[in-house]
Design a binder for this molecule. Structure first.
Ligand code: HEM
Length: 230
């Protein structure tokens, strides 16, 4: 994109959505690193990032609660755009076309494609599971009052849910890098008309029809006529 056009285009994520998302992302990465460090000796080295093994154990659940708060806000705000529609099923059926970059064969999609929606729903299920199972095993606040059997189950469920969430995050980050222009949407907020039309045509049409007043279009600056050289 032309440098003069930075800050132009269609607003995909407003400033709060972006700040909210990156707080969740940062917390999540810190949780994964500290959680893995507590989970298996192979990852013990990660405790160095948090000031040693004891601070890692103390800080992990507090970051978890912080993430849950911001995740909840994000989940509510993004709910509407992640409801599964009929064209999403068709998009999933054509997953081979998606993976082979045969975009022209895919059905038109709204603000999020079915893959993004699945990521949303997997996080929406795994985060509460992580929270509840994490609360049960949280020493010294709750764990001491819990029956031994429940503690065992909670620790196991916590580890499985973390595995699912981390795997989902890897897929999420990989797709964000794969679809060029996505990262920009979550850092600067705006995408070009061409990007919107190509990847999310139903959303683009809604924006053009003025059905999404918050997601305004700022037209690119007209090209400057070349200066006459003296
Ligand atoms: C840590 C690295 C992360 C990176 C690099 C990243 C990157 C991105 C990018 C580029 C988008 C915009 C995609 C688009 O609109 O086309 C996005 C959207 C989104 N991200 Fe992330 N993200 C990260 C972590 C997370 C985490 C930890 C969560 C939740 C637990 C999350 C949840 C979402 C959601 C819900 C959306 C909106 C699209 C959708 O509903 O799927 N992200 N992310």
């Amino acid at each position: 994109m032309n440098h003069a056009n930075v800050g132009r285009g269609i607003l995909r994520y407003g400033w709060w959505s972006r700040v909210n998302h990156w707080i969740v992302a940062l917390c999540f990465v810190l949780l994964a690193l500290s959680g893995l460090a507590l989970f298996h000796p192979v990852f013990f080295g990660f405790t160095g990032l948090f000031g040693g093994p004891i601070p890692t154990r103390i800080v992990h659940p507090f970051i978890g609660v912080l993430m849950v708060v911001f995740f909840a806000i994000q989940a509510v705000r993004f709910f509407g755009d992640n409801r599964i529609r009929r064209h999403d099923i068709q998009w999933l059926r054509q997953i081979r076309d998606v993976l082979s970059n045969r975009d022209e064969r895919l059905p038109p999609v709204g603000k999020n494609n079915a893959g993004q929606k699945l990521v949303y729903w997997i996080f929406l299920f795994s985060v509460p599971v992580l929270l509840l199972s994490g609360l049960v095993i949280w020493r010294p606040y709750f764990a001491d009052d819990m029956p031994r059997q429940l503690l065992r189950w909670a620790a196991m469920i916590h580890a499985y849910a973390a595995f699912v969430a981390i795997l989902t995050l890897i897929i999420h980050v990989y797709s964000a890098i794969w679809v060029k222009g996505s990262i920009r949407a979550m850092t600067r907020g705006r995408v070009s008309r061409a990007w919107a039309r190509h990847h999310h045509s139903l959303w683009y049409e809604e924006v053009v029809r003025g059905e999404r007043p918050d997601e305004d279009i700022r037209e690119p600056l007209p090209e400057r006529p070349p200066r006459n050289r003296p």
